[in-house]
Design a binder for this molecule. Sequence first.
Ligand code: HEM
Ligand code: HEM
Length: 190
Amino acid sequence: MSARNSVNRWGRVSQSLHWLIALLILVLGVVGLTMGELPRTPKYFWVYTAHKSLGIAVLVLVLLRLGWRLYAGAPAPVPGTPTWQKRIAGATHGLLYALMFAIPLSGWLYDSASGLRPFRWFGLVEVPKLSGPDPQVVAISHAIHEYGFWLLIATVLAHAGAALYHHLYQRDTTLVRMLPQGSLTSRQKD
Ligand code: HEM
Ligand code: HEM
């Protein structure tokens, strides 16, 4: 399989970024929702810094992904896909991209406006603050971070449901072409 996207399938770069980012978002969601319950030991602060550092890493990966998407393009729609499905898929992918930016950015803004000490990205470099202490910015950015995450989960469920529907009922290559070649079935040739 080529690194670039072909007319028929997503290449290695797009696939790797798609599944790596999906996995990291899942991990960040689970950690984000549970870390507030941890006892206030040094580990508590370690987990918070790990969440923030990994979140910033996801932001960088999403930037790379968008850059690659704009540079390398996308495969053509699976033959026979009706226009309404193409429109809904396009809108869903746009929303997913918007949320993949909004969630880490709002987390970063929330952290900045909370007036906490600057944190070091994986202990290496100090991450600059996006704003000074501001309770209004704290409230808005926290709401975007939390509700944006639940909107992302709902959108991903619809997105993954559509991919499985294509695979199981329409029996087309929509899902297979986002998977490493040879996995699931050989329905797709390059
Ligand atoms: C894609 C990346 C990220 C995801 C999916 C994510 C997800 C979450 C989730 C689901 C929560 C729990 C929300 C709640 O119920 O309050 C949370 C909390 C939090 N996140 Fe993130 N996060 C991401 C990136 C970041 C980044 C980049 C930062 C900061 C630089 C950050 C800082 C925080 C903080 C400080 C909290 C605790 C909020 C509180 O005190 O209630 N997150 N995150
Ligand atoms: C956090 C989770 C996820 C996010 C943020 C996400 C996001 C996206 C985006 C933005 C695209 C458009 C392609 C691009 O421009 O890169 C895409 C394509 C795709 N996604 Fe996901 N995805 C997630 C999880 C999943 C899951 C769980 C599945 C399946 C079970 C899935 C299946 C697919 C497939 C098959 C495509 C290709 C669609 C096509 O060729 O038209 N995704 N995804």
